[in-house]
Design a protein. Structure first.
Length: 649
């Protein structure tokens, strides 16, 4: 994508485009919006107005935005890929990316795909901050950027047919590789051929009719993507598009393979940093023992584009589409995707992203998505002998930070509205029958009727989310409904009480998780959670089931440290590999408490560097003598040393 942008000037030739009543021909600009004025049509009219202003076909502009964001602006908040507004214009902070993933040390700060918001704002001469928050200006800026792409990729004029806009749409994908850009553009044109109608989470009603018999100009010669295939393909891991792997999916699923980026963040300096995964040969060189469930906080196509950019610093093995359950595999399962925010979990897990936003869960987590994802999980579990239970099929929100510096900054997807009960049933591991439990319990509220209060917060202002089924039980300090919610010191370092904020995981016990019983008092049950006695409402045991076979452990002394990684001792590392430092998290196990535990594991680490740099120690698994035990400590799984605990018979 070119960075030498210019402010928009309306070309005279564009006003002569024929009307869109003919198949495949761009609709003419009109002086007034075509949609009647009403509060619920504000966004529709913004698309029509921007399309008229910049001579972009209205339906094409709407189809592009639909594929990028489903017409959502998410309150002006930035997406996980740095995008803003319905047009997903990006403004990424490279320093933040580097802080999240040190392997991005060579990140090129002038990468234009990280800053389309700035470029687009300059085209319409509006401050970038306004384009972030103002829905109409965001759509105007996106339309201007799309038109500018088309003019620079053509002969200086705008295409005369909708099909002629294909290269400009591909450039707007945000993907630096032709495979991802074509996928995005193909899906935009597929949507054009079907039409779309949707009501957004804010009540905006948008629609456009289908455009028939469109012949897309799929020639990307002359675009920035023409060289991307060679420029971003490096040694192992990013196969040529003509020889790329076949998707590892059950045959009955709609599954395709589009490679994620495995490339330097600065092509001139391969040793300086890279993204978005590490090559490996699992399970031969490292075990695969779990599957991590994510939501994207992006649209399906925007996620695919982000994962194809090495500067994004993350990617998952699979992405699942909300509307129909289509699956795109992006990383071979033998390789280690940077998906869990924990190197420990990245080594041993497969990551599956699901299109959606945690705060809008019920809107995005469709039955087709659940069914498709469940079939994929069953397939992978069978292939790698992964147990089908909630100890091994976990949410990203159950993955602990690795170090004390990152504690409290963990993700909370797929969030409170992911229906674990339904999902595990589809996987073939339904919840156990029964109610209550006196030794240990499995959290099992009825998803449809369990509707706790959940809020989202922006710039210090919080608002209540619409009531809907949820997967967690709120935890309180005492056995009464008006008692304060439990507080996690890492979520609330100022000591304030726990909150109903969606990201406050310090007081949420999620469906399928198991905890030791501390006490019962009337309709209330106390569990050991986060080093505290936490109370949840459980009248007649209706919100829990017995977990009598759960393995329970207790600390041998007061104040046992808790860890985010099961690292080997320094002496276990071979020469040439710097030992990692085992740091205790800001939690501990008080004397007298009990926690549900998984079987002990050997300490481990995996040394991986970019394959394009000669390193004789690359792909080395390190095992130590120390044993660690995973425990269900709070909302997340953590480790304790086996030598620090004892079994509770």
């Amino acid at each position: 994508m070119r960075t030498n942008r210019r402010r928009w000037t309306r070309p005279v030739v564009a006003t002569a485009i024929a009307t869109g009543l003919l198949a495949g021909v761009a609709p003419a600009a009109s002086a007034e919006p075509r949609t009647p004025l009403a509060p619920h049509t504000v966004e529709q009219r913004a698309f029509e107005s921007a399309a008229d202003e910049f001579d972009v076909p209205t339906r094409l502009l709407m189809a592009v935005s639909f594929q990028l964001t489903r017409w959502e602006d998410h309150g002006g908040e930035q997406s996980t890929a740095g995008g803003y507004g319905p047009m997903h214009l990006t403004d990424v902070d490279p320093e933040q990316l580097r802080a999240d993933n040190p392997k991005l040390i060579g990140l090129a700060v002038d990468n234009p795909r990280l800053h389309t918001l700035v470029e687009a704002a300059e085209l319409i001469d509006v401050p970038a901050e306004q384009v972030k928050r103002d829905m109409a200006q965001n759509i105007r800026a996106g339309a201007a950027l799309l038109a500018d792409n088309a003019r620079e990729l053509g002969d200086g004029n705008l295409p005369e047919t909708i099909g002629g806009w294909y290269p400009a749409v591909a450039e707007l994908s945000g993907s630096p590789r032709a495979s991802g850009a074509r996928s995005f553009a193909d899906d935009v044109y597929d949507v054009l051929g079907q039409g779309r109608k949707r009501t957004t989470s804010t009540g905006q009603e948008l629609a456009f009719p289908k455009v028939t018999d469109v012949t897309a100009d799929r020639d990307l010669t002359g675009t920035g993507l023409a060289q991307a295939r060679t420029a971003t393909r490096q040694t192992a891991g990013n196969e040529d598009e003509d020889t790329k792997p076949k998707a590892e999916c059950p045959s009955e699923l709609d599954c395709r393979y589009i490679p994620a980026a495995y490339a330097p963040t600065d092509p001139e300096n391969p040793a300086g940093g890279y993204g978005n995964y590490d090559t490996a040969d699992r399970p031969d060189d490292a075990r695969i023992d779990s599957i991590v469930i994510h939501d994207t906080e992006l649209s399906y196509q925007a996620t695919i584009s982000a994962f194809q950019n090495p500067a994004s610093g993350s990617a998952a093995h699979y992405v699942v589409r909300s509307s129909d359950g289509q699956i795109t595999q992006m990383i071979p399962t033998k390789d280690m995707a940077w998906q869990a925010g924990s190197w420990d979990r990245n080594i041993t897990s497969i990551g599956i992203e699901h299109e959606g936003w945690a705060a809008e869960g019920g809107t995005w987590y469709t039955e087709k998505m659940y069914r498709s994802s469940a079939k994929l999980v069953r397939h992978l579990a069978d292939k790698y002998d992964i147990p089908l239970d909630r100890e091994h099929i976990i949410g990203h929100d159950e993955v602990s930070a690795e170090t004390p510096a990152k504690a409290g900054l963990e993700h909370y997807d797929p969030g409170p509205y992911w229906d674990w009960d339904r999902y595990m049933e589809l996987i073939g591991a339904p919840a156990e029958e029964g109610t209550g439990g006196n030794r240990a319990v499995t959290i099992s509220p009825d998803f449809d009727t369990n509707r706790p209060e959940v809020t989202t917060c922006t710039d210090g202002k919080c608002e209540l989310l619409p009531e809907q089924g949820a997967n967690f039980l709120p935890l309180r300090t005492e056995p009464r409904a008006d008692a304060p919610l439990l507080t996690s010191e890492v979520v609330h370092p100022d000591g304030t009480p726990g909150s109903t904020w969606i990201g406050d995981w310090g007081n949420k016990a999620t469906h399928g998780r198991q905890y030791a019983v501390a006490e019962r008092s009337g309709d209330w049950l106390a569990i050991w959670f986060d080093g505290k006695k936490a109370w949840l409402r459980d009248p007649g045991g209706k919100n829990t089931t017995p977990a009598e076979d759960a393995e329970l452990v207790r600390p041998k002394r007061d104040g046992i440290p808790v860890y985010g990684r099961a690292l080997p001792e320094p002496g276990a590392y071979p020469e040439g590999i710097e030992p990692q430092t085992l740091e205790a998290l800001p939690y501990e196990l008080p004397a007298g408490q009990r926690y549900v535990a998984q079987p002990a594991i050997e300490s481990f680490d995996y040394y991986a560097r970019f394959d394009g740099v000669d390193d004789p120690n690359n792909h080395t698994l390190i095992n130590g003598d120390q044993e660690f035990v995973p425990i269900s400590y709070n909302h997340r799984w953590v480790y304790v040393k086996k030598s620090d605990i004892e079994s509770v018979s």
